[in-house]
Ligand binder design. Structure first.
Ligand SMILES: [Zn+2]
Length: 313
């Protein structure tokens, strides 16, 4: 937390200066740490600037999500320290990335920024953590005390309705990707999905398939809550879009995309595209370039394409 508080003032954001420090264990048991502030990814900062929205999304990446995308290592069971209470989108990302414990600076709860938006923290972010099985604590750095906000029961295992599908592949090529896309399209005619050809930390190669789904821990098969889960709350929803889900899963397992072999059956949302830029992805293959959750995603594609920030095939 000390490190997060130390770097937060370096955030390029003029008013909301937020930082996160993520601590994990690599597959071979080495400890690692990643520190990030909320920021504009370099290509967006340089070519578009800070005043323009990308479709309907801000051009910034939140600190927690930036730390996960920048981990370059396995985030499963990692801990994260954040200077401020987190938004529902970061809650979803931390859940999918397998974060186990979240520490929030107690002082963050006193800021105006939080007071204006606190409803989302209680109503969505904490619910998401509860279902995903994430412990949440507040750390009072001045008095050196901690407060338990959420403690998960021992042995709790979150529901996973629609797991990421993983198949071994011998190598990554256009032909292999085309083959995986064809099979996935046949089985997922009415659902949007993403495919990535990836390599693990031992050099083993796989194809991964992620579908859009409510965030881990929630089930659409439970009729008592399905409608509530599918109804957005303000600008947030419980749905995790497939590209985002895939990017968080890559961090969770410490996988790397091989040569930008990344596919989405339709145009990703504005937020997903900004996150791809933040993850330093340069190219994405799109199934149906006319189709998107909303027209803002198409605007984002046009903007990022014309500025040569992301290429779309
Ligand atoms: Zn956030």
């Amino acid at each position: 937390m000390e490190q997060a508080l130390k770097i937060a003032p370096k955030s390029p954001h003029p008013t909301n200066k937020i930082a996160a420090a993520l601590f994990g264990n690599s597959k071979i048991g080495e400890e690692y740490a990643v520190y990030r502030t909320n920021h504009w990814p370099d290509p967006i900062y340089e070519k578009i600037g800070t005043q323009t929205k990308i479709g309907n999304s801000s051009g910034t990446i939140h600190a927690e999500t930036a730390a996960i995308l920048g981990a370059g290592n396995r985030t499963e069971n990692a801990s994260i320290c954040i200077t401020d209470p987190f938004c529902p989108n970061c809650a979803k990302n931390m859940a999918e990335a397998g974060i186990k414990t979240i520490y929030i600076d107690e002082a963050g709860f006193d800021k105006d920024f939080f007071k204006r938006r606190g409803g989302h923290f209680d109503r969505m972010s904490m619910q998401i953590c509860e279902r995903a099985g994430i412990d949440v604590y507040a750390l009072d750095m001045i008095n050196e005390t901690s407060r338990t906000i959420l403690k998960i029961d021992e042995g709790y295992v979150p529901i996973v309705d629609s797991p990421i599908q993983k198949e071994p592949i011998e190598n990554a090529s256009d032909a292999v990707l085309a083959d995986v896309i064809e099979k996935a399209t046949f089985h997922n005619k009415r659902r949007k999905f993403t495919i990535a050809l990836v390599e693990d930390q031992n050099g083993e190669k796989f194809s991964l398939l992620a579908r859009a789904h409510v965030v881990v821990g929630y089930s659409l098969e439970r009729s008592d809550e399905a409608l509530e889960l599918l109804t957005p709350i303000g600008k947030y929803s419980f749905i995790q879009e497939p590209v985002n889900r895939m990017m968080m899963h890559l961090s969770r397992r410490g996988y790397k995309i091989i040569e930008d072999y990344l596919y989405c059956s339709q145009v990703p949302t504005s937020r997903e595209q900004v996150n791809l830029v933040g993850a330093e992805v340069k190219r994405i293959t799109i199934g149906n370039p006319q189709r998107c959750r909303d027209s803002a995603g198409l605007d984002a594609m046009e903007m990022l394409r014309s500025k040569e920030i992301l290429s779309y095939i």
